[in-house]
Design a protein around this ligand. Structure first.
Ligand code: GRF
Length: 207
């Protein structure tokens, strides 16, 4: 079996992207990142890709309708022959059209335990603030397949992170972030090894 061709969409710092690149290089994921696409020209994720000679493409949204923008993203993914699309801090909601093109082949990571604290408008610091405001004792992160329901697709892996008395949204985010890196690379490794099977809402892990 050849290496899985992974296309990554990222808008920000790209620490998850970095973890994926490193895991591919280390052989922990039987795959390679073949393209990184960003809507933000100054995303640090682009720099990380370029450093490793991975094609890094900016597709700005300005002046484009949502569908027009996504069509360009799709073209770039097709050109790179991406088999799996990984959303790594991509700040745009994917329309049903693009979701349809990558059904069961597009993943996202969310910095909380879905289905709580997810959905449109729930991103970044807002997630951690909502968790703390609710008085949760446990948070964590979730890797899931992308469906048309924002943050609602079949869950692949989850890991808990305990909330501390002293936590602020920032400190909680800082403890969850490294767990994300581990969880995301694990989920992608399982996918690349053909060990994930979607059965309705459940993702079976075949070990
Ligand atoms: C992560 O917290 C992820 O859960 C969310 O966006 C953030 C991206 O972080 N979807 P980074 O750019 O990978 O550092």
């Amino acid at each position: 079996m050849g290496k899985l061709r992974i296309g990554v969409l990222a808008s920000g710092g790209g620490t998850n992207l970095q973890a994926i690149i490193d895991a591919c290089a280390a052989g922990d994921i039987a795959g390679e990142v073949v393209v990184v696409i960003s809507d933000m020209p100054d995303a640090r994720a682009l720099e990380r890709a370029r450093k490793k000679n991975i094609p890094a493409i900016v597709i700005p949204t300005k002046g484009l309708k949502r569908e027009e923008h996504e069509k360009l993203v799709h073209e770039a993914l097709m050109k790179a022959n991406a088999e799996l699309v990984v959303l790594a801090g991509y700040m745009r909601i994917i329309t049903p059209w693009l979701v349809g093109k990558y059904e069961g082949r597009m993943m996202n990571i969310h910095p909380a335990q879905l289905p709580a604290f997810g959905g449109s408008g729930m991103y970044g610091e807002k997630v951690h603030k909502a968790v703390l405001d609710h008085g949760c004792k446990v948070s964590g992160c979730t890797v899931h397949f992308v469906s048309t329901d924002v943050d609602g697709g079949p869950i692949i892996l989850q890991e808990p992170v305990y909330v501390l008395e002293s936590d602020t949204p920032e400190s909680l985010a800082n403890r969850i972030h490294p767990v994300e890196h581990r969880l995301y690379t694990k989920a992608i490794a399982l996918y690349a090894a053909g060990k994930l099977k979607i059965e309705g809402r459940r993702v079976r892990i075949m070990l």
